[in-house]
Design a protein around this ligand. Structure first.
Ligand code: URA
Length: 433
């Protein structure tokens, strides 16, 4: 087989065979196919797309490019959740304990922050002592003991995705629906869960800016999951405005704990209930309404909060932080951002706000950057709120005062104030199964 021929075939709109796709992925991981030829192939896929058959085969090849996790040492149904990313998106920290409190195991491998989006692993690590680098045996032991564990992606999981993602990142081929589907579902299939709920975000803070693209991606991913024998569903959720009020690692953990205590922001509560009930539904715990009731009860009774505390302790963290969030370290400096005019907050560019938080120290500017757990943003006014000139619309937190000037400027640019109230957007736009 010649890579040149495969590139030409895809460039001209042809469909690659199973043998060709498997050869392509294994050859690339082995280093036999150079980056320049794979780049040309990715660009051909970007413009020509891939059929469902091609996408499923490539996903399987990516999943099998490294270790396949066998979760069978964990008893019971294991259900996974994956968000395509967002700003202030801390739902895993709420729903994993809720689902575990309802008797469904959550053995979750999560990511670190990527670009403007935060990552669950970085957030959890703001709890002193908590380890996300558990080995397989420790991981299984924590899930068997507490019903839940959240760790980073370890070992040799989907090396093909690591290489391909890095190449896509520098060749303008990230935002291709089939390539995103392959990347996400490859990792999900390798992670070994029985059921998968996908949270496909859409809006200014999401990879998929348009609802139609989010639905197309959700359809592709659910088809791949079902073809692989996993119960798979997707919710399309709004990420046009950051979720909740907190953006930044420790502050997001605190806000998640507030939701687990029965409080917290209404939008975060609602999205978490929708996601948790759908995870329970996929794990066959009843109708969607019954599952929603179970999720609500797990929060009201305090059992979900207890699960989080048990998990934190089992992963080496200080569980006192779960019950007393005043213990979290606070940033030494705060800068208030004020409204420049009277009117309504008509739009918030969530991606730009995510980047602002990163500039304050909450995210990575380079792969080697060290995260500041206390840095970030507390939103005071959100889309649809009325403001008067001079009102505080957000508070920025950082460990160095010099970080504020550029961050404040960026935040101001990200927020549009206008005379008319924007149309309210639903939090859950669609469900795909
Ligand atoms: N998240 C992933 O894991 N992969 C993509 O391609 C895009 C978002």
């Amino acid at each position: 087989m010649r890579m040149y021929d495969l590139i030409e075939k895809k460039r001209d709109g042809g469909e690659l065979s199973e043998e060709e796709i498997r050869w392509l992925i294994s050859g690339y991981v082995a280093g036999d196919i150079p980056d320049y030829q794979m780049s040309a192939m990715l660009m051909a896929i970007y413009f020509r797309g891939m059929s469902d058959e091609e996408t499923s085969i490539m996903t399987d090849a990516v999943a099998h490019s490294g270790d396949m996790v066998d979760l069978s040492p964990i008893a019971g149904v294991k259900v996974d959740k994956h968000s395509t990313g967002g700003v202030g998106d801390k739902t895993t920290l709420v729903i994993a304990p809720v689902v575990a409190a309802c008797g469904v195991k959550v053995a979750k491998m999560s990511g670190r922050g990527l670009g403007h989006t935060g990552g669950t692993v970085d957030k959890l690590e703001s709890i002193p002592g908590l380890r996300t680098d558990l080995d397989r045996e420790e991981f299984f032991a924590v899930v068997n003991k507490t019903g839940i564990a959240v760790i980073g992606q370890s070992g040799n999981l989907t090396p093909a995705d690591k290489k391909l993602y890095a190449l896509r990142d520098v060749t303008a081929t990230v935002d291709s629906i089939p390539l995103i589907a392959v990347s996400i579902m490859g990792k999900k299939l390798a992670a070994g869960n029985d059921a998968i709920l996908l949270d496909v975000t859409t809006g200014s803070g999401a990879f998929m800016k348009k609802k139609e693209d989010a639905i197309a991606l959700a359809l592709k991913m659910t088809a791949i999951g079902e073809a692989a024998g996993k119960k798979t569903a997707a919710l399309i959720t709004d990420m046009d405005t950051p979720l909740g009020f907190a953006i930044g690692n420790a502050m997001e953990v605190v806000e998640s704990i507030e939701v687990l205590k029965g409080g917290g922001p209404a939008d975060l509560q609602e999205v978490c209930l929708a996601l948790a009930s759908n995870m329970l539904y996929l794990a066959q715990q009843g109708t969607l309404e019954e599952c929603r009731e179970k999720a609500r009860e797990a929060i009201e009774s305090g059992r979900a909060l207890e699960r989080l505390a048990a998990m934190v302790e089992a992963q080496g963290g200080d569980a006192r932080y779960v019950y007393d969030t005043g213990l979290f370290e606070k940033a030494p400096y705060c800068r208030e951002v004020t409204a420049q005019a009277d009117g309504y907050i008509a739009h918030m560019d969530a991606e730009s706000i995510g980047i602002t938080s990163s500039m304050l120290g909450a995210g990575r500017e380079t792969v080697d950057s060290v995260i500041d757990p206390a840095a970030g943003i507390l939103l005071v006014k959100k889309t649809g709120d009325v403001v008067k000139k001079g009102d505080v619309i957000a508070r920025l937190f950082a460990s160095e005062e010099k970080l504020f000037a550029a961050a404040e400027q960026r935040y101001q640019k990200a927020v549009t104030i206008a005379d008319t109230c924007p149309k309210e957007r639903p939090l859950v736009l669609a469900r795909v199964e």
